[in-house]
Design a binder for this molecule. Sequence first.
Ligand SMILES: Nc1nc2c(c(=O)[nH]1)N[C@H]1C(S)=C(S)[C@@H](COP(=O)(O)OP(=O)(O)OC[C@H]3O[C@@H](n4cnc5c(=O)[nH]c(N)nc54)[C@H](O)[C@@H]3O)O[C@H]1N2
Ligand SMILES: Nc1nc2c(c(=O)[nH]1)N[C@H]1C(S)=C(S)[C@@H](COP(=O)(O)OP(=O)(O)OC[C@H]3O[C@@H](n4cnc5c(=O)[nH]c(N)nc54)[C@H](O)[C@@H]3O)O[C@H]1N2
Ligand code: SF4
Ligand SMILES: [Mo]
Length: 637
Amino acid sequence: MGEIVRTVCLRDCPDACGLLCETDGGRVARLMGDPDHPVTRGFLCRRTRRDFPDLLQRPDRIVRPRLRTPSGWQDIGWDEALDLCVDRLLAAVKEHGPESVLFVQSAGSMGLSAEVCRYLFDELHATTVTGGVCMDAGEWAQAADFGDWRVSDWRDLDAAQALVLWGRNVVTASPHFLPEIRALRQRGGEVWLIDPLPTRTRSVATRVLQPRPGRDAWLALGVARVLFDEGWIDAAAAAACDGLEAFRALAQRSTVAEAAAACDVAAEDLRALAALYGQRRPVSTWIGGGLQRWIDGAETVRLIDAVCMVAGHVGVPGGGAHFESRRRGGLAITPPPAGRTVRAALLGHDILYARDPRIRFGWVQRANPVTQYPDSTLTERALRSLRFLVVVDAFPTDTAECATLVLPPALMLEQDDLVASYGHHFVGLARRVVAPPPEARTDLEIAQALARRLGLERTVAGSIDVWIDRLLAPTGLSRASLAEGAVVRPGADPVAWAGRRFATPSGRARLIGELEPTEPDPTDRADYPLKLLTVASVEHQTSQVPPEAQSGLPEVFVHPDAPGARGRADGSPVTVRTRIGHLRAVLRHDRAMRRDTALMHRGGWVRFGRGVNALVGARETKHGGNAAFLDERARLE
Ligand SMILES: Nc1nc2c(c(=O)[nH]1)N[C@H]1C(S)=C(S)[C@@H](COP(=O)(O)OP(=O)(O)OC[C@H]3O[C@@H](n4cnc5c(=O)[nH]c(N)nc54)[C@H](O)[C@@H]3O)O[C@H]1N2
Ligand SMILES: Nc1nc2c(c(=O)[nH]1)N[C@H]1C(S)=C(S)[C@@H](COP(=O)(O)OP(=O)(O)OC[C@H]3O[C@@H](n4cnc5c(=O)[nH]c(N)nc54)[C@H](O)[C@@H]3O)O[C@H]1N2
Ligand code: SF4
Ligand SMILES: [Mo]
């Protein structure tokens, strides 16, 4: 047996697991869940335990800088690569100004040292990205309601009487929260699941509602209406909220029957959910990421927050309206700059149509926008239109294929870093357990090598240890205090909003009182009768999918009687068409699907005919600037 090192997972996942990594001859021999990590409790998801060690050794891993030449990719040395890159970057700045340079990153790795490279581009006054593709609409909503987004300690579910998983696919997306859910059920607690898709999380639910996708706002309004009609409003709500009367008026604008019809939930079921909120105490609500990736997503989250708030479940042990943990809370992260920005949800469009100056030079890091951002075709066209594009990635992704220069980063287990979870309160240290390929560099080292050539060394100076110390400084934590394993971030309250004291100026929660009009859906329902939900797959981490898992057509799951499916056998090839594109797919029957919904998993690559975002138009949520990926209609041909 080789050496075993304790570290944490850096993948984009709320669980932020503690890992034990066994090495053998400088390679990762085995990954295990850290039994001493309070959330991980000794088990890992398969995509990391089984697949990640292989990923480090993949034959298609990019291990040297590579430059596009007229005759194809050519390996070059780091000095040559960075000299060329800086030459082009400075030429763009000189001719067109710093805003002709674009910096894009997402969360391919969650290490907080990712922030460091951004500081460099901020210092240059480059164009950066605003909004996001992940949780930004829900964050906006919770900031509007409570002043910030916070969750209770994960063990707080022990104090709950019931749990509502409102659009949360826990089994797929955050399996380490299952032990608490199972314990709640063993105590006789109810677990409600509200999801238009028949997900694996049904296995832990006592009751399932399968609303029409994108209509949870109506479900929340109907529940609120019952709460007000029945007088199931918490006695403390009036003092704890601003806008209670406006919210009451909003809820009373429609009848329960109208609300139930709009979300296609039986009125008895809607009333039963209202009775749960009104009569059980406390009820914990976990709000999912999927339901905020709709044009109205931020308002939907606000309406769910308001239901939890007026029924008295927020700020009490065992309750809560939990969306996401504020992982950067308390750490020394510089606020985003006020320079020119392009919108994440409309990245392709905004790059192509940016003027004064046009964007000429791009730097993409820890991100695969061609595959993962809306409208892959437009994103690809935009990235290819740049005069020089640097992509820092270890694999020949759809985005890396658009690059002029690809720089190879060290990956998880090959670098030290600091990580804080967006699902729970722990922060932990990621360790360099094995050496990266000889010519791969950490993102921090790459930023520093770039900075030296730009005369900006001071902005990003310091070893990774120095950076970790800097980030931790305001929290009072140190590397030494994290050496034995992850610890709770200081300032993270065991009960979010305990005592109903909020981070708003008044200290009270602000309830939503008005719904703003939404631009009409650009597609004709008769032409495109299915809502197309493109969601995470249990098998893979975002688009980090090996090519051998991408042979053949992608699958589209529908009810056998769904429009376009009837008369077509399971397994037959179909075309899935939306207003912006089409994909060939294999039809899969699933009688548990709604008849108005189609499911495809996100993550497959455009290059292999599996990129679902070739079907998803670029639209932003009304608030928060998130990509409204799920607000798309399709038909089968
Ligand atoms: N249709 C549809 N699309 C979606 C969604 C959806 O629900 N539907 N969900 C969205 C969501 S929630 C998210 S978060 C985004 C994710 O979008 P992205 O974050 O862009 O997706 P990833 O596939 O994680 O791509 C990150 C890249 O980073 C690379 N990488 C990994 N580790 C490192 C590292 O240490 N350094 C560097 N430099 N690179 C590294 C990986 O190889 C990978 O190619 O996708 C969104 N896209
Ligand atoms: N296996 C795996 N795990 C992952 C990831 C992965 O790629 N693979 N990605 C990670 C990332 S990037 C993130 S952000 C997190 C969270 O990842 P998310 O994809 O945000 O996961 P959920 O929060 O479970 O939200 C998805 C659920 O929302 C539901 N949903 C969609 N529309 C609606 C609606 O209108 N109403 C309701 N009620 N539900 C709706 C979908 O049916 C789906 O079950 O998970 C992470 N975990
Ligand atoms: S991807 Fe998520 S569940 Fe899997 S090991 Fe990493 S943190 Fe844990
Ligand atoms: Mo995400």
